[in-house]
Design a protein around this ligand. Structure first.
Ligand code: CP3
Length: 344
C-alpha cells in the first residue's frame, strides 16, 4: 500500500509560505467533544490518560480520523509537567486544575525544580513517538506560558480575576520573578524535549494573560515568554503564541517573536493582524459557540473569518478558543472541508 504524502500546509502557513488551501485545525479537537473519547476515557481523569501513552496517542488520533485537519495536537494538559516535578495538582471534573496548597510565598518556590522530561514525564515523550508513527500531518506540541501556569499555582484553582496572582506580582515582584524564572526554565527544557521526541511545531498557551493590562503584561510577563521563544528558536520549529481576551495585548504578544500569534473571536482578524504585524502569521478565530448554531450560521461566520484573512499568506484557520464539549463533530468535519474548498 502506498502511503499518503506528508501534508505540510500547516507548517508552510506558519512560515508564511504560499499554500494550496488554508490549513485548519481546532484547539481541543481531541477530547471532550468526541463520543469515542468519552467511551475510551471511562472514569479516568486527564492526568491518568496522559500517563498511558497508548491511550493518549489514540485520543490524539481520533479527530484526525474524523476530520481532514492539517495538524494534530498532542493530547496532554498544561499542568502535566508541573505534576511531573512532584507538585500535587489534581484535575477536578468540570472545573480544572486545583492545588490543595497554592503557592503564596518565596518558600513555595522550593516545590519547583528543573524538569528532566525523559525521567519526569516519560509518557509524554512516548506518546509523541507513538503518534508520529501514524501521522501524515504535523504534530503540534505545547506548554502553558509562565503567567497562565503561575496563575494556577498561585490561585490554586481556576480563577476569573487572578487576584492572588496579581497581588503576588505587585507586592513581591522578586518572588514573582523567581517563580516566572523557574517556570520559564522548566518550559524551555520541556518544549525542547517534545521537539526531540518528534513534535513539528510548538504552541504556547497563555490562556489567561488577557486578564492583565498592557503595562503589567509588558513588565511582568512578556520578558519570560520571550525567553521561552528564544530558548527554542535554534530548533527551527514554528511557534504559536495564544491567549484569550488579548485584543489589547496583541502588539505586545507579537514582540515575543513567535512565528504565529493566535487570536480569539473578540477581535476581527484583519484588525488583529494590523496590531500583530504582517510579518507574523495569524491563527484563528471563529467563535467556538458559533459551531453550536445551525450550519448556515457556521458557514456565514467562517466566511467572515476568511474574508478578513483576505487570502494573505500565514493564516491558519482555527477557533478562537477550544472546541466546546457540546459541539457536533459533524459540524467540525463540514467546517474543515468548507475552509479548504473556499480557499483552494
Ligand atoms: O478535552 C478535554 O477537556 C478532556 C481532557 C482535559 C484536558 N484538560 C485536556 C487538555 C481536561 C478535563 C482538562 C482539565 C483542565 N485543564 C481544564 C478544565 C477543562 C474543562 O474545560 O473542563 C483546564 C481549564 C485546564 C488548564 C488548561 N489546559 C489550559 C488553560 C489549557 C490551554 C488551552 C485552553 O483551553 O486555554 C490546557 C491545555 C489542554 N488541556 C489541552 C488538552 C487536550 C491542549 C490544548 C488543545 O488540545 O488544543
Amino acid at each position: 500500500m502506498s502511503e499518503a504524502p506528508f501534508n505540510d500546509r500547516f507548517l508552510r502557513a506558519c512560515r508564511r509560505e504560499p499554500v494550496d488551501a488554508t490549513p485548519v485545525w481546532f484547539m481541543r479537537q481531541a477530547g471532550r467533544s468526541l463520543p469515542e473519547y468519552r467511551e475510551l476515557r471511562g472514569d479516568a481523569d486527564v492526568l491518568t490518560l496522559t500517563r498511558t501513552p497508548e491511550l493518549a496517542a489514540e485520543i490524539c488520533l481520533q479527530p484526525v480520523r474524523r476530520y481532514d485537519v492539517d495538524a494534530a495536537i498532542l493530547f496532554c494538559d498544561i499542568m502535566v509537567p508541573i505534576a511531573g516535578v512532584g507538585v500535587d495538582v489534581r484535575i477536578v471534573q468540570n472545573q480544572g486544575p486545583t492545588l490543595a496548597e497554592p503557592f503564596r510565598t518565596d518558600a513555595d518556590l522550593s516545590r519547583l525544580r528543573p524538569i528532566e522530561p525523559e525521567a519526569d514525564v516519560p509518557f509524554v515523550m512516548e506518546t509523541i513517538r507513538l503518534v508520529r508513527k501514524e501521522l501524515r500531518i504535523p504534530l503540534i506540541g505545547f506548554s502553558g506560558a509562565p503567567f497562565t501556569l503561575a496563575s494556577y499555582l498561585v490561585e490554586g484553582r481556576p480563577s476569573r480575576d487572578h487576584t492572588n496572582t496579581k497581588a503576588l506580582m505587585h507586592r513581591e515582584p522578586e518572588t514573582w520573578g523567581r517563580l516566572m524564572d523557574a517556570l520559564t526554565g522548566m518550559m524551555i527544557t520541556y518544549l525542547r524535549a517534545q521537539v526531540e521526541a518528534g513534535v513539528q511545531a510548538l504552541q504556547l498557551f497563555d490562556s489567561w494573560a488577557g486578564a492583565l493590562d498592557p503595562t503589567d503584561y509588558e513588565r511582568h510577563v512578556l520578558p519570560w515568554t520571550t525567553r521561552i521563544v528564544d530558548g527554542v528558536k535554534d530548533l527551527g520549529v514554528p511557534t504559536i503564541h495564544f491567549g484569550v481576551n488579548t485584543g489589547h495585548l496583541l502588539s505586545l504578544m507579537a514582540r515575543a517573536e513567535t512565528d504565529v500569534v493566535g487570536v480569539d473571536w473578540r477581535t476581527p482578524l484583519d484588525e488583529a493582524w494590523g496590531r500583530i504585524g504582517e510579518e507574523h502569521g495569524i491563527q484563528g478565530n471563529l467563535d467556538p459557540a458559533a459551531c453550536l448554531g445551525p450550519w448556515e450560521v457556521v458557514e456565514a461566520k467562517a466566511g467572515d473569518v476568511l474574508r478578513q484573512a483576505g487570502g494573505r499568506t500565514g493564516h491558519i484557520f482555527n477557533l478562537g478558543h477550544g472546541v466546546l464539549p457540546e459541539t457536533d463533530p459533524g459540524t467540525l468535519a463540514r467546517l474543515t472541508d468548507l475552509v479548504h474548498e473556499e480557499t483552494s
